[in-house]
Design a protein around this ligand. Sequence first.
Ligand SMILES: [Zn+2]
Length: 168
Amino acid sequence: MNRPPLDSEWQLPPPQGRFGAVRKFDVHTGVDLYCEPGATVLALENGLVVDIIDFTGPEAGSPWWNATKAILVEGQMGCILYGEVSASVVVGQRVQAGEAIGEVVTVLKKNKGLPMTMLHLELYPNGWRTAVEWPLGEPKPDVLHDPTALLLLPCADSSCTRSLCPLT
Ligand SMILES: [Zn+2]
């Protein structure tokens, strides 16, 4: 079930999963890491769980997608949003880099030949607490950062030779 999506090196997702990808209705606000349903999500860095929000589905205002949550963890690199997941942590909990914080939930309802299950990662400055939208044709929201570089950092475990990946 917890099939690693990556071998030794983290790879960029296909174009539609990259940060800033222009889609039919909006611009992509994060990076999608494709995986199997139920893949374990690991914290990228030490931090504090500052919020768990409805991310997709009816409660989040997007009923065309399955109901998923997003976990917001604030640490040294900023406020990292782990989206399209279910949480196994609670708000106020401290987590360590590499610690399991939830599982990936299948977000797409219809199979259009593209991956339907993915960790959607976003990056905000410290203090930010919500997910922003990036409407088509508008500039990137100031608070939204490209999380790609964050994934290319060496793993927090100094004995690990892999690039850092939040999935197992
Ligand atoms: Zn995404």
